[in-house]
Design a protein around this ligand. Sequence first.
Ligand code: ATP
Ligand code: MN
Length: 258
Amino acid sequence: AKRVQRIDTKVDKMRMRRKDTNTLKVKENVFDDATLKILYTVSNKGILNAIGGSISTGKEANVFLGEGKDGDIAVKIYRISSSTFRSMEEYILGDPRFRNVRHAKKDIIFAWTKKEHRNLTRAKEAGVRVPEPVHAERNVLMMEFLGEEGKAYPLLKDVNLDPEDAKLIFDTVIRYVELLYVKANLVHGDLSEYNIIVNPRTMEPIFIDMGQSVTLEHPKAREFLMRDIENILRFFKRYGIKEQAEDIYSSMKEIKQK
Ligand code: ATP
Ligand code: MN
């Protein structure tokens, strides 16, 4: 009961602190009664002790800093209302792991959240650096917080790179795409400088946002893979990296077939 209260007070405090009406509106959108209930549930399970400031307000989800059992965690909350979840159906339909998903929007969002948790686990097992998944409950995903002292690490798009760092990051990113494809049977599906976090001290890239990642059985898996590779090449072109997407794909396919 103590923990529940803590979340309660935190939520209240946060609402009071934010005078900005726009932010307030977003908050109220996120913490509807159903979501609050889920926060209480994970609080009772001892997974989340408190919820803090907003890290990101996206089109489909909001990410908050949270206090977990052993320190900071990231809490990604998919909005049940006001989302563009039509595009989600495109990814979930055709994925054999989700054949029984009812078409209700809510269920799709819950399945999506679970799928992101599972994709992170698979990626991690394949050796790809991703935020360690902690727990998924309904539309709430908790994972390792990538940052320091409550401040999230920057996205790749916001990091100043010298050509050497750029080449190292590029090589690692391509290796991760290959590990996903060869070992995890997965395609990220939305890979770009917007979904890669960089640890600014070690310059280590970390893949995030894997809700839309699909297995290779998905009819569009190859299309998504090519698009991922092309996005990465487009970003790194400015650093003088000029490889061909087709070459990268062929070499991955060859490794896969061995
Ligand atoms: P958007 O609609 O803005 O693209 P999204 O639904 O794609 O949001 P994510 O890309 O997973 O959601 O996360 C949004 C932002 O939150 C990221 O760009 C990143 O800045 C931050 N973020 C996500 N996960 C973490 C994490 N584990 N640790 C720290 N920050 C994170
Ligand atoms: Mn994203």
